[in-house]
Design a binder for this molecule. Structure first.
Ligand code: ATP
Length: 265
């Protein structure tokens, strides 16, 4: 890709079943499948323009971007706004414009803007950046309103407080979803998904117990526990078991609980 460094093409091999929870998001996306096609246009539909996914790290925001692309059968472009910032006046906005123009040249496409908050946070403090954050925001907003190409934007953000509130105003995105830590039932699904992905029969595990023990874990932390458990089983030449996984859970310090001071191991 010409805008190397800030745009990258991502191969995807996922299906909606690969993500636990997020039922309303999955439903919203399935209703809009085919919405970018000329058939939908002829039917009188405006193509969906984009969603904003806010929330906790490791809970599936990036996975969602990949799933939309796979499920809608469209290519996925990932933009890393963190590398847009340049030293010279006007250069950062130009890089952003260039990257967006390149995405347009590849449409129809899903454009995933990963950690969109980084587009509005220059390395200097916001008051001392000469209005750069504002100009970047203006550039993106103008593009979001004006472009006519079939691009569906999936913007993800961990740090909501770094986002300009105007970005969340009605009409900017089709919808905003909060992606939270999984509850008990969703953790059960996530254990199942990751055991299955590694050729283990979920029926040989006590998913209720695993879900209860992993309260406060993100999806990424559950996946990590499965991977670590697999390595232990491999090294010790035994089969992966509930007890082995529970040992992994007990030695994991889930990020959310650490940050909120709920554990102090
Ligand atoms: P970050 O903000 O740190 O990028 P994220 O919310 O984008 O986090 P992902 O990168 O999507 O999280 O999650 C990392 C991995 O954790 C996923 O690729 C997936 O394997 C696993 N995972 C996270 N959430 C879920 C979920 N709800 N269901 C199944 N797997 C999940």
């Amino acid at each position: 890709l010409k805008s190397a460094g800030c745009l990258e093409s991502i191969g995807v091999n996922f299906a909606p079943e690969d993500i636990g929870g997020l039922a309303s998001l999955k439903k919203w996306l399935s209703r809009r499948r085919g919405g970018m096609s000329s058939k939908a246009r002829a039917f009188g539909l405006d193509p969906p323009r984009g969603i904003l996914l806010l929330g906790v790290q490791g809970c599936g925001k990036s996975l969602c971007a990949k799933i939309v692309a796979a499920d809608w059968g469209m290519p996925l472009l990932r933009m890393d706004p963190g590398v847009l910032y340049q030293k010279f006046i006007g250069e950062s906005e130009n890089r952003l414009r260039e990257a967006l123009a390149q995405a347009e040249s590849m449409a129809p496409v899903i454009l995933w803007i990963d950690e969109i908050e980084k587009a509005f946070a220059s390395s200097s403090s916001s008051s001392a950046d000469g209005g750069l954050s504002q100009r970047m925001f203006g550039t993106l907003l103008t593009w979001m309103q004006d472009h006519r190409s079939p691009i569906f934007m999936v913007a993800t953000a961990n740090n909501i407080s770094a986002l300009p509130p105007e970005l969340m105003r009605k009409g900017r995105f089709d919808e905003i979803f909060f992606v939270d830590l999984p509850n008990d039932a969703v953790r059960r699904d996530i254990w199942k998904i990751h055991l299955q992905r590694r050729q283990r029969d979920p029926k040989s595990f006590n998913l209720e117990r695993l879900a209860a023990k992993s309260e406060g874990f993100s999806g990424a932390e559950i996946e990590q526990a499965v991977i670590s458990g697999m390595f232990v089983a491999f090294a010790e030449r035994c089969e992966l078991s509930d007890d082995l996984l529970i040992k992994e859970i007990e030695t994991t310090r889930p990020l959310y609980k650490m940050m909120s001071g709920k554990i102090n191991k």
